[in-house]
Design a protein around this ligand. Sequence first.
Ligand code: AMP
Ligand code: ZN
Length: 473
Amino acid sequence: MLYNTLGRSLMEFAPIKAGEVGFYGCGPTVYNYAHIGNLRAYVTHDILCKTLRRFGYKVTHVMNITDVGHLSGDNDEGDDKMVKTAEERGKSVLEIADFYTKAFFHDTERLNIARPNVVCKATEHIGDMIALIKRIEARGWTYQAGGNLYYDISKFPHYGELAGLRLDTLKTGARTEIDTNKRNGGDFVLWFTKSKFENQALVWDSPWGRGYPGWHIECSAMSMKYLGEQFDIHSGGIDHIQIHHTNEIAQSEAATGKHPWVKYWVHNEFLVLDKGKMSKSKGGFITLQTLVDAGYDPLDYRYFLLGGHYRNQVQFSYESMDGARNSRKSLIKELAALARKTRDSGQQLGDGARAYITQFDKALEDDLNTPKALAALRTIIKDAAVQPAEALAAAFDMDGVLGLGLREACEKALAAPEHAVPAAEIEALIAERAAAKKMRDFAKADAIRAGLKERGIMLEDTPTGTVWSLRGE
Ligand code: AMP
Ligand code: ZN
């Protein structure tokens, strides 16, 4: 079952073509680093793709790179994001795009997010966009005004269906910047020429004059180029429902006359800070590197995200990150302990282990319930009734979707020198140190920590208790 924004309900998943899935996820606008909220969207795409592949579908995952046309307001308002950054930095738009595209993939790699099968840049598909706009124009659903070519939403009977919008509520006056060229408040630009940004760096010839495309058309043009005129799943954050995805549907169905353009719409909820929404354009945002600099493994962040369901809002805090780091650490420690008991992790699974795999698959099948899937992983490795080798094999199998880097981390833990101090003794010393601290005997507490350090055991105090690791782990 997958929750479909179109129809607002859980639906049985059945692709258009049996066994194959066409999936398009809106990609980044590369004028800045991705913030950790953006990365939640890409982790969601990744879990969705890996789940579908686990269930045997052949998935074609397409993602765009927006390097032109995205204004700070999604409804043709505000500055051009790319041009603004390029001017501020004294670089060309393409230099900025190239730099942040590389940074984006560096982040996604560190988060174990698989590369989409097709990554397509907007600036390399202007011809496809023009061809698509021509098809919309041929149907008579466009008009030119003030140097722009607009989409006339009043022509499209399904307009706003995805977001549950009513046409008569889309009044121009509700907006901060009024574009008097628009016939309806919700109309949007397909092609800009001279109406906005005389300083636009990248311009192309078109039947409507030399200019550049509006933001929404790129996703319609590129998704259909690689996935066909109708495809299975389209995804992005919930902020895209009202304008961007609504307009993508309007354009695509206008061009092809086929309805529905996309069968399932999957939207992830936001990651928020305690202070509110995280936003790239407002600055002061947290990147993956911010977390790495604060001492977290990127996969601690992935673990943190998987602890919440993608359709629930998640509040970010460093306390929760500490919790995620500790849980992932103890998971790896338990796996390493299992691995020490066996040299074999490739054996056939018995009924006990298979029951956990079923539980795991059911959780994913239930609208990608990663918290439940994680719970299956955590319980199997603690279940003494399951053979260590089977628990290990099952855990690595589950990690094929979860992507927590468990096999590598476990191998690393095994390769570390044997503990100079038995775990039970370390735990006893940690308890003794906690008791000393409680008695305000800080000299003793420090001596215990220093003694362990000398023997290669590092202690770290976290809000949820003291954790230990081998030096260099
Ligand atoms: P952008 O680069 O601004 O186009 O955004 C990239 C992706 O991140 C889109 O799918 C957005 O919907 C999504 N997104 C933006 N902010 C957040 C957030 N705070 N939490 C989760 N997803 C977000
Ligand atoms: Zn898009």
